[in-house]
Design a protein. Structure first.
Length: 132
């Protein structure tokens, strides 16, 4: 159950509408998803989060699909169903196949398992892995 109402476009302030318009233009869509509608309860948070995600998820040294795959991996680890669904849809739109998704889940599961083992055993980092 949401803790705040969702701010629909028709009910949004001009400041929120400006961010919504940028989201729709950037994503080439005609709708705003619930994540942004919830954040719109605090226009400063909405704007700051949108500007950051727009910059971080833009093409760079990592291609957009790789960034979406990383986002899915972190979202699975953090157990955020909304982010898993949102970024899985985005990754599929950028070319992720079922085989890629299944392999990604195997890597996420293995990384979580070995991370917990290494943490639990308090394994000292090998000198060869340390960088200067």
């Amino acid at each position: 159950m949401p803790t705040h109402h969702l701010v629909e476009y028709a009910d949004a302030s001009p400041e929120v509408r400006a961010v919504y318009d940028d989201i729709m233009a950037t994503r080439k869509t005609d709708w705003i998803n619930n994540f942004w509608k919830a954040l719109a309860n605090n226009p400063a948070t909405l704007k700051r989060t949108w500007e950051s995600i727009k910059q971080i998820m833009a093409p760079g040294a990592l291609d957009p699909l790789t960034k979406e795959l990383l986002y899915i991996a972190v979202s699975v680890t953090n157990q955020c169903p909304y982010c898993i669904a949102s970024h899985t849809a985005s990754a599929r739109n950028k070319g992720m196949t079922d085989a890629m998704f299944h392999e990604l889940m195997a890597v996420v599961g293995m990384a979580n398992q070995t991370n917990r083992l290494a943490a639990g055993y308090q394994i000292e980092v090998d000198e060869q892995f340390k960088t200067t």
